[in-house]
Ligand binder design. Structure first.
Ligand code: LMR
Length: 405
């Protein structure tokens, strides 16, 4: 039976983790999945997370009841303030419908599902514009809810930077009321973000055309090491009255990958609209997961609602972002100064966030994996967090060889 079920290919990102684990080569490196590692290549449990885990364990009132359908209220309200700013007109006007989700993927899914049911798609049809390139899962998430993903120019391979004018032109020439997915900061996979000035121009056109901004924010804190700075674009769009939603993940910035803690925030024009939206999100959530998981949300809620713990978290984020920046500098130095690898490698230090788009082609990427046991996606993206003071020279030398062919 089930003869009609074709074999699906493995996931392009998680298959790298599996292959890396099986590899017995001593100098193997995993630069595939975006997951932070310390300088010893170990997953890092944030000290503040250790602390709040202790607090939870010692809480005599802790039980294992269901959370409300839309999640832990002390978590969702603090999470909304974290991304939108406590003084955001959307927060002070009580215009945000916030729902706890299964991390960023769940937020993207719930947001997409909500749009598929309720968004008034214009003459452009049931489509979502994704950046080219984007996180590969975005395509599947929107396809699952019958919204067709199409792409807008984002990355310019010649400059290894932002294709700003083509991006802006697409925003201008698209039919009115289109949905555009934007990475709030630390663009995945390129590490290339618009400048504030460019974000301003993007917002202008979005407003002019009546488009909808679907923000994905999986790396708040990783772009600049600063939570506030990384929320700038979202906050600016809210201030300007751009209709939007934000998908938020605490996988990376709290190192809570397995807890699946995230949120969806839909900013509505009025408090009353936000209430109606939240009622529908609740209905959708009930049919899909009933109620979100409690543990991660409790941990994050403790951190976000206590100034001392919050300050500690910010320090932990700076530790992670800082180590990644050090690795960028060192990789750049090795390639451009020591090895004199052909090409310009300045983008390694100019790009931000957890990823660097090296600009190498798929043959060179494959050669790195096959010959040097370095695992990376074939689009040339590397997770900078997989590099450390022990393996960076081996990586730079392997990259040098792959580039020289
Ligand atoms: C990545 O892009 O590597 C991360 O966002 C992990 C994932 O879910 O793909």
């Amino acid at each position: 039976s089930w003869h009609g079920v074709p074999q699906a290919p493995p996931d392009s990102i998680f298959k790298l983790t599996a292959a890396y684990k099986e590899d017995t080569f001593p100098q193997k490196i995993n630069l595939g999945v975006g997951a932070y590692r310390d300088d010893e290549d170990k997953p890092w449990v944030l000290p503040v997370v250790k602390k709040v885990t202790e607090i939870l364990l010692n809480d005599p009132g802790l039980d294992h009841e269901y959370l409300p359908i839309t999640g832990l209220p002390s978590f969702t309200s603090a999470a909304a303030k974290l991304i939108l700013g406590a003084d955001s007109p959307a927060i002070t006007g009580d215009r945000v419908a916030s729902v706890q989700t299964i991390s960023g993927t769940g937020a993207n899914h719930l947001g997409a599902l909500f749009l598929s049911r309720f968004y008034g798609f214009g003459e452009g049809g049931r489509k979502v514009w994704l950046s080219n390139p984007t996180w590969v899962n975005h395509f599947a998430i929107f396809n699952n809810v019958s919204i067709e993903p199409i792409t807008y120019p984002y990355y310019d391979p010649d400059t290894i930077g932002l294709a700003f004018q083509p991006f802006l032109n697409t925003l201008r020439t698209a039919a009115p009321r289109c949905v555009f997915l934007l990475h709030a900061c630390a663009h995945n996979p390129t590490g290339v973000d618009p400048t504030r000035e460019q974000w301003g121009q993007i917002a202008d056109v979005i407003l002019e055309k009546g488009h909808y901004a679907f923000f994905d924010c999986a790396y708040q804190g990783f772009a600049s090491g600063d939570l506030e700075g990384d929320a700038w674009a979202v906050r600016e769009f809210v201030k300007r009255g751009v209709p939007l939603l934000v998908c938020q993940s605490f996988a990376k910035n709290a190192g809570l990958y397995g807890e699946r803690v995230g949120a969806l925030h839909v900013v509505a024009p009025t408090k009353e609209a936000a209430q109606r939206i939240k009622s529908q999100l609740s209905v959708l959530q009930r049919s899909e997961i009933s109620n979100p998981p409690a543990h991660g949300a409790r941990l994050v809620s403790l951190i976000l609602n206590d100034q001392t713990l919050f300050d500690e978290w910010k320090r932990d984020i700076r530790t992670m972002a800082g180590r990644i920046i050090e690795m960028r500098k060192e990789l750049f130095r090795l390639l451009s100064e020591e090895l004199k690898t052909p090409g310009n490698w300045e983008h390694i230090v100019n790009q931000i966030g957890m990823f660097s788009f090296t600009g190498i082609n798929s043959e060179a990427s494959q050669a790195l994996t096959e010959k040097a046991h370095v695992y990376l996606t074939t689009n040339g993206r590397i997770s900078m967090a997989g590099l450390n003071t022990h393996n960076i020279r081996y990586f730079a030398e392997s990259l040098d060889k792959a580039v020289r062919g």
